[in-house]
Design a binder for this molecule. Structure first.
Ligand SMILES: NC(=O)c1ccc[n+]([C@@H]2O[C@H](COP(=O)([O-])OP(=O)(O)OC[C@H]3O[C@@H](n4cnc5c(N)ncnc54)[C@H](OP(=O)(O)O)[C@@H]3O)[C@@H](O)[C@H]2O)c1
Length: 297
C-alpha cells in the first residue's frame, strides 16, 4: 500500500492516478474525503499532515509514502516523520522545494529545510524532490486575463525553468516504485529557461490573444503579502527571494529524465491543456484550480 498526502492537489492527484494505473494499492489522505473526487479504486481516508491524530491509521500497512505538505510545512513534516517512525515506514518521497537551495534566506525555504530534516530523521529511506516553480503557477493570471487580457506578475521577471506538475508526479512515482533513489535529492525543472513575460507570450499565443504584461514592483508585492499574512518581516524576505535573479532553477536540469526516462513537458503543453481555464466563462474546473492555487517555491 502506498500513501499519498495532498492527494487531491496538483501533484498528489496526478501521482495517485499514475500509481493506480500501475496497478498499485493507493491510500489517499484528505481533510474532506467526500469531496476528494479521486478515481474509484483509491482508498480515501480522512486526515491531514496537520492533524497528528489522523496519521497512525493512515500509515497502517503502508510500505511507502508520497508526502505533499500544504499548510505549515515544518510542523506537518514533524507530524509525518513521527508517525512514519512509529509505523516503521520503509520509504518516504517528500515533495520539497528548490527553494531549499536558494542563496537568499527566506521563510518558505526554511520551512522546507526543516521538513527535509524531519524526514531525514524519520528512519525511512528518503528521497527529496525539489521542484522549481510549477507551470500551474500561471493560473494566478486567470482572473485578469479573463477580465481584461492582462498579466500582472508578482514574482519578478527573472529567467528560470518552471516544471510541469505531471513531471513532478511522474518523478515521485519513479522514486516510490524503483530502487536506487534512496538518500538522493533531485532539483526538478522543465526543459526550457523562460521569463514570466515569455510564459505570458506563449500563453497568449495559445489563447490567440496578445496579453498585456507588467511586473509588480517588490514593494507592492510586500504590501499584498503582508496584508494577507500580517507578517511584514517574512513578506519582505520572501519577496526579496522571489525577485532575486540568483535562483537555483535558472537552468534546466536532467532530473526529470533521470527519474522517469523521458524529457519533461514544455510550458506550451501546459498552456494548451489548460486553455479553457482562461476562457471568459467560469467553468467548474477553473474554479477548482483557482481554489487550489498554492505556495510559490
Ligand atoms: N507552486 C510551486 O511553484 C511550488 C514549487 C516548489 C514546491 N512547492 C511545494 O509543493 C507543495 C504543494 O503541492 P501542490 O501544489 O500539489 O499542493 P496543493 O494543490 O496546494 O494542495 C494539496 C492538498 O493539500 C491540502 N491542503 C491545502 N491547503 C492546506 C492547508 N492549509 N492545510 C492542510 N492541508 C491543506 C488539500 O487537500 P485536502 O483538502 O483534500 O485535505 C490540497 O488538495 C508545497 O509544499 C509547496 O511549497 C510548490
Amino acid at each position: 500500500m502506498i500513501l499519498v498526502t495532498g492527494a487531491t492537489g496538483k501533484v498528489g492527484r496526478e501521482a495517485t492516478r499514475q500509481l493506480l494505473e500501475l496497478g498499485l494499492d493507493v491510500r489517499a489522505l484528505s481533510r474532506t474525503p467526500e469531496q476528494a473526487g479521486l478515481p474509484g479504486g483509491v482508498e480515501v481516508v480522512a486526515g491531514s499532515p496537520a492533524d497528528p491524530t489522523s496519521l497512525d491509521e493512515a500509515f497502517a500497512g503502508v510500505s511507502a509514502a508520497l508526502i505533499v505538505l500544504s499548510g505549515e510545512v515544518a510542523d506537518e513534516a514533524a507530524n509525518v516523520a513521527a508517525a512514519a517512525r512509529r509505523a516503521g515506514l520503509g520509504r518516504i518521497v517528500l515533495l520539497s522545494s528548490a527553494g531549499v537551495l536558494h542563496p537568499v534566506p527566506h521563510g518558505i525555504a526554511d520551512e522546507h529545510r526543516a521538513a527535509e530534516e524531519a524526514v531525514r530523521a524519520s528512519g525511512a529511506a528518503w528521497t527529496f524532490l525539489r521542484p522549481g516553480p510549477f507551470h500551474a503557477n500561471t493560473s494566478w493570471w486567470i482572473r485578469t486575463i479573463r477580465e481584461n487580457g492582462s498579466v500582472r506578475c508578482w514574482i519578478g521577471n527573472n529567467p528560470g525553468a518552471p516544471v510541469d506538475e505531471y513531471d513532478i508526479a511522474s518523478s515521485a512515482v519513479s522514486a516510490l516504485t524503483q530502487d536506487g533513489h534512496e538518500g538522493r535529492s533531485y532539483l526538478l525543472t522543465g526543459p526550457q529557461t523562460l521569463t514570466s513575460r515569455e510564459q505570458a507570450r506563449i500563453l497568449g499565443d495559445v489563447l490567440g490573444r496578445e496579453l498585456a504584461f507588467s511586473v509588480a514592483p517588490a514593494e507592492e508585492v510586500v504590501e499584498v503579502f503582508a496584508g494577507i499574512t500580517g507578517d511584514r518581516a517574512t513578506a519582505v524576505t520572501n519577496v526579496a527571494a522571489l525577485h532575486s535573479p540568483r535562483v537555483p532553477w535558472a537552468e534546466p536540469t536532467t532530473a526529470v529524465r533521470d527519474l522517469t526516462g523521458r524529457e519533461p513537458r514544455p510550458y506550451r503543453r501546459w498552456a494548451v491543456e489548460n486553455e479553457a481555464l482562461f476562457a471568459p466563462e467560469q467553468s467548474e474546473q477553473s474554479q477548482q484550480s483557482q481554489q487550489s492555487e498554492g505556495s510559490v517555491v
